[in-house]
Design a binder for this molecule. Structure first.
Ligand code: NAD
Length: 487
């Protein structure tokens, strides 16, 4: 088979198989072809992975931050050297066009290893607290063995975004990719070993919604970092809370983009298209509610329609292709059903609205779709669709649009397009979201914290802020004299 790995799991520095686990078929979304057959982890595999991480963690934590950083930077270098092969694999795993994966997936993972490998030598320092003749000091300690659970939209990036800060702090990790995209994380594990990571510090096991809970509730696990949907986040956070484990939750969204009447229209359209169509709309921070000032509405929609209809949909392995299929048949069905609900509830279909007739075969394609005249109460304006479906809503007043933008349970991201810089800052200040953009959208460099508020989650990935979520403070009081007691 086209992308069959040596075995399903990567534990203690080597590929491991256990055919007793449920079969996981990896399907290439552009053709529907099975490209690899793997097995979900059995309870014995879960135990083996956690035991190997536990064994390896103490030694890894004893290395100096500079030594650990050197391994991560080496992994970044190898990932960049193999960018082409890793991107091709990511395209097979997800169906995302090679035009995207070659610039956004392994490279973003490599950035993460390079960044954390680079800052760690100075980022873990503690403080000295003078207390008269006594004093105290703090140090940052790793949490121990941590679990990463990934979604299917950015399999390699998610594995790296979790592994890099976790490993930098001296933790060991067991990572479970989504059952829909099982391939990329195994390559990351291989590369880390090649870069000099001790065996067992980063392990990958396959599995689905039945495997995840075995990891989350395991007593040897100190923390769980999940990227996934809000319903899964509630279950995982609940199970982790039962044992008071640390959690990072990177969940879903229904983020607003607000386009004011003084905005550069073409730039705002670019932002809205990036924030709805990149990765075939399968991006958590997408700005799927595009509020356009009434004065701009006609121009905005006319130019948006023309640019959307010019998007090249097709074979993801062709460098010219700008949009590939959805990740799975199930996801395409879900998106098509939302499109039908949009039509039934009276939104105006500007373009798209079905399966493209320009692509032949069994791939899971959907047309990039734009609805206008969407009202706040429509299902397509309230629920996360996770596909290339943009909802355009009208507004004419700043206070009104801020209230409407915030009227959602989600709070992942938001964007504002305006030429008035004071207004831009005033508005983002009032929007309930963890990550916000002014006059651009969806750029997530590793230097910048990323994460959500409200039901979109908590904790932050990327930047030095992520280190706080993979380590904890130890405080040491040092008595310099005799210990006094009243009895
Ligand atoms: P999902 O919630 O169905 O699954 C996510 C992961 O959780 C998978 O690996 C799955 O096997 C696992 N899982 C499912 N049930 C579990 C349980 N009870 N215990 C432990 N693990 C369990 O999400 P998905 O469909 O893979 O991904 C799409 C969702 O992810 C969207 O909602 C999207 O917004 C979100 N997402 C968020 C971010 C972010 O950074 N905020 C990034 C990408 C995707």
């Amino acid at each position: 088979m086209k992308a069959q790995p040596q075995a399903s799991h990567f534990i203690d520095g080597a590929y491991v198989e256990d055919t007793a686990g449920t079969v996981i078929e990896s399907i290439y979304p552009a053709t529907g072809e099975v490209i690899a057959r793997l097995h979900a982890a059995t309870p014995a595999i879960v135990e083996q992975a956690i035991a190997s991480a536990k064994r390896a963690q103490k030694e890894w934590a004893s290395w100096s931050p500079t030594q650990r950083g050197r391994v991560l930077k080496k992994a970044a270098e190898i990932m960049r050297e193999r960018n082409r092969a890793l991107s091709e694999l990511e395209t097979l795993d997800t169906g995302k066009p090679i035009q995207e994966t070659i610039v956004a997936d392994p490279t973003s993972g490599a950035d993460s290893f390079e960044f954390f490998g680079g800052i760690i030598a100075s980022a873990l320092n503690g403080s000295h607290i003078p207390l008269g003749s006594d004093f105290a000091y703090t140090k940052r300690a790793p949490l121990g063995v941590v679990v990463g659970i990934g979604a299917w939209n950015y399999p390699q990036q998610i594995a790296c975004w979790k592994a890099a800060p976790a490993l930098a702090c001296g933790n060991a990790m067991v990572f479970k990719p989504s059952e829909v995209t099982p391939l990329g994380a195994l390559k990351i594990a291989e590369i880390l070993i090649e870069a000099g990571l001790p065996k067992g510090v980063f392990n990958v096991i396959q599995g689905d919604r039945d495997t995840g809970p075995l990891l989350v509730s395991h007593p040897d696990i100190a923390k769980v970092s999940l990227t996934g949907s809000v319903p899964t986040g509630r279950k995982v956070a609940g199970a982790a809370a039962a044992q008071l484990k640390h959690v990072t939750m990177e969940l879903g969204g229904k983020s607003p983009i607000i386009v004011f009447d003084d905005a550069d229209v073409d730039s705002a359209i670019s932002g809205a298209m990036l924030g709805n169509f990149y990765s075939t709309g399968q991006v958590c921070s997408n700005g799927t509610r595009v509020f356009v000032h009434k004065a701009l509405k006609q121009t905005f929609l006319a130019r948006l329609k023309a640019r959307t209809e010019a998007i090249l949909i097709g074979d993801p392995q062709d460098e010219a292709t700008q949009m590939g299929p959805m990740v799975s048949y199930a996801q395409r069905e879900k998106v098509l059903s939302y499109i039908e609900q949009g039509k039934a509830q009276g939104a105006t279909l500007i373009t798209g609205g079905g399966i493209p007739n320009t692509v032949s075969g069994e791939g899971f394609y959907v047309q990039p779709t734009v609805f206008a005249d969407v009202s706040d109460d429509m299902v397509i304006a309230r629920e996360e669709i996770f596909g290339p479906v943009m909802c355009v809503l009208d507004f004419d007043d700043e206070a009104e649009v801020i209230a409407r933008a915030n009227a959602t349970e989600f709070g992942l991201a938001a964007g504002v397009f305006t030429a008035d810089i004071a207004r831009a800052h005033r508005v983002v200040d009032q929007l309930d979201a963890g990550t916000l953009w002014i006059n651009t959208y969806n750029l997530c460099p590793v230097e910048m914290p990323f994460g959500g508020s409200k039901q979109s989650g908590f904790g932050r990935e990327n930047s030095a802020a992520a280190l706080e979520h993979y380590s904890e403070l130890k405080t040491v009081y040092v008595g310099m004299g005799k210990c006094e007691a009243p009895y």
